[in-house]
Structures are given as structure tokens and as C-alpha cells.
Design a protein around this ligand. Structure first.
Ligand code: FEO
Length: 173
């Protein structure tokens, strides 16, 4: 059984993961409008992953006898000045999410909730990947600079991103 404190914190995290999905979907819409279809595919898949993260927490709260309470999702920004500014925001956002996951883990440690610690270990590993992939694109965009050819090549490359092989959401047993 989840403690009330952990239940509240996990419900907050569900909201943050749904916001992440909303943010990346907004970025996908912006990329579509800017004729960068490869960037848009990358963002759409990222949004899908975030929805998977939210559902993973959703299932964990339910499976541990908690009660999911969904809150209003904040409006994400609709436009970005450049792909670099956009990806710097992705990286900054993922670093913030890593901090939230670490905080949740500390809470689960303090509450001696071992099942939640195990669930959060998956997210800790996932955040390493999330920060790494966003950081790589930031570096590549810096290399590209103002060169349209480089940007179009990167767009092609990001458009080859594949959906995750296994769904992130666990679902009830
Ligand atoms: Fe759900 Fe990108 O962290």
C-alpha cells in the first residue's frame, strides 16, 4: 500500500509526464509548421514515450492500492526561435525530470517503499537515455550552425527514429 505522501507525489509525476507529452507534441506541431518532418517524427515518438511513462506511473499507483487523481495539464509554448533553442529546452526539461525522479526515489527510500523504489529504478535508467539522446541532438545542431544543408541532413536522420519495441506501460498483472 502506498503512503499518502508517495501517492500524492506519484500523482504529481503523472501530471508532469503528461505535460512532457504535451510539450513534445507542441514541438512536433511546430516542426510540421516549419517543414522539418524528421524533427516532427522524433517529437511525436518522444510524446508517445512520455505518455507511456505517465501510464507506467498510473498503473503503479493502481497496482499498489493507491488512487490516481488527474490534474489540469499546463499549456506548453507553441513556438521556438530555432531547432537549437527547441532542443536545448528538451534537454533542460529532461534534466528537470531527472531531478523529480531522484526526489521521488528519495521519498520512496524514506518511506521504505521497496516496490516503488524498484519501479523508479527503471525511470532512473530511462532518464540517462533521455538526457543522452537530447544532448546529442543539441551538439549536432551546434555543429550544423546556420547551414541549411546540415539541418536538412539532420532532419532526415531524426526522421528514421523508430517507435520503442516494447510498450513502456506495464499494465495491471
Ligand atoms: Fe518521462 Fe522524458 O521523461
Amino acid at each position: 500500500m502506498l503512503s499518502k505522501k508517495l501517492e500524492d507525489a506519484l500523482n504529481e509525476q503523472i501530471n508532469k509526464e503528461l505535460y512532457s507529452a504535451y510539450l513534445y507534441l507542441s514541438m512536433a506541431a511546430h516542426c510540421e509548421a516549419e517543414s522539418l518532418p524528421g524533427f516532427a517524427i522524433w517529437m511525436r515518438l518522444q510524446a508517445q514515450e512520455e505518455l507511456g511513462h505517465a501510464m507506467r506511473f498510473f498503473d503503479h499507483v493502481n497496482n499498489r492500492g493507491g488512487r490516481v487523481v488527474l490534474k489540469a495539464i499546463e499549456m506548453p509554448p507553441p513556438v521556438w526561435k530555432s531547432p537549437l533553442e527547441m532542443f536545448e529546452q528538451v534537454l533542460g526539461h529532461e534534466q528537470k525530470v531527472t531531478g523529480m525522479i531522484n526526489h521521488l526515489y528519495e521519498l520512496a527510500l524514506n518511506e521504505s517503499d521497496y516496490a516503488t523504489q524498484m519501479e523508479l529504478q527503471w525511470f532512473i535508467a530511462e532518464q540517462v537515455e533521455e538526457e543522452d539522446s537530447a544532448g546529442q541532438v543539441v551538439d549536432q545542431l551546434k555543429m550544423v550552425g546556420d547551414q541549411a544543408t546540415g539541418l536538412l541532413m539532420l532532419d532526415k536522420q531524426l526522421g528514421t527514429r523508430q517507435p520503442p519495441q516494447q510498450p513502456a506501460a506495464g499494465g495491471p498483472e
